[in-house]
Ligand binder design. Structure first.
Ligand SMILES: NC(=O)c1ccc[n+]([C@@H]2O[C@H](COP(=O)([O-])OP(=O)(O)OC[C@H]3O[C@@H](n4cnc5c(N)ncnc54)[C@H](OP(=O)(O)O)[C@@H]3O)[C@@H](O)[C@H]2O)c1
Length: 243
């Protein structure tokens, strides 16, 4: 039975956008393996997934641990049919104030880890001649943003990575796409002050933040059979903030 049901790996599934994606995938009957950096997060994932999957500790900063973690999943006889690279982090400073480590950590979490994790799952997808890779990037990867040089560089880097990987595996039944959210109501933006918030809102034609469900719905579409001819694309979801 284990091999019939599809399995999705969702990074950063304990909260925010990742949690909404994991819940919606699970409701589609897809088994979900969700990751968090903490035991507390893993417990949260186990609690909402109930029996339809499990949580796993994964710190994307520790790039060398990624292939081992994926190997652990394969050893348990689960295939990864859908990879959702959702986890992300930011550490905002102007270039002039940014420490080397602050640059490197954010590049590792948001960009380098995607190379390691994709490499770890791609062989098995090629063998199966099917697979979906969907990565949550950001509007900032397309527009840039003062004070987010590490984050915007990492998210921009994902564009070339995904277009290239899409080309490399297109004939193997694997699609590779990006979703680029604008401002979404999660803890990720909790440090915005009132005037920053007002300023952002003034730039959103729909005059509201997006919801985690609006991002998760797009992930469900791209991971479904209905999106089987879409690859190498970015789907922008931002209330008109960037077109
Ligand atoms: N919210 C927005 O406005 C917005 C806009 C554009 C793009 N995004 C992107 O959307 C994605 C999800 O963000 P969110 O808004 O849902 O934020 P969130 O609620 O803060 O969640 C971030 C997730 O990333 C995980 N994470 C952070 N550092 C990690 C690391 N070193 N290794 C592994 N996992 C790590 C966290 O896991 P732990 O809690 O276990 O550490 C958490 O699950 C990110 O890629 C973000 O860049 C968000």
């Amino acid at each position: 039975m284990k091999n019939i049901k599809k399995t999705a790996l969702v990074t950063g599934a304990n909260k925010g956008i990742g949690k909404a994606i994991a819940i919606k995938l699970s409701k589609q009957g897809i088994r979900v393996i969700g990751t968090s950096t903490s035991q507390y997060g893993v417990q949260a994932i186990n609690a909402y997934l109930k029996k339809n999957g499990f949580g796993l500790i994964l710190d994307l900063k520790d790039t060398n641990s990624i292939s081992e973690k994926i190997e652990e999943i394969y050893k348990k006889k689960y295939s990864i049919d859908i990879l959702i690279n959702n986890a992300g982090a930011k550490l905002d400073k102007l270039l002039i104030q940014m420490k080397n480590k602050e640059w490197e950590d954010i590049i590792k979490i948001n960009l380098t880890s995607i190379f390691y994790i994709s490499k770890a799952v791609i062989r098995s997808m090629i063998k199966k001649k099917s697979g979906r890779i969907i990565t949550i990037s950001s509007i900032i990867g397309y527009t840039g943003n003062k004070g987010q040089i590490n984050y915007s560089a990492a998210k921009s880097g994902l564009i070339g990575f995904h277009k290239t990987l899409a080309l490399e595996v297109a004939s193997k039944g694997i699609t590779v796409n990006i979703i680029a959210p604008g401002l979404i109501k999660t803890e990720f933006i909790k440090d915005l002050n009132a005037s920053q918030y007002k300023n952002y809102l003034s730039k959103i034609p729909m005059k509201r933040l997006g919801t985690v469900e609006e991002i998760a719905d797009a992930v469900i579409f791209l991971s479904s059979h209905k999106a089987s001819y879409i690859t190498g694309q970015t789907l922008h979801i931002n209330g008109g903030m960037y077109m």
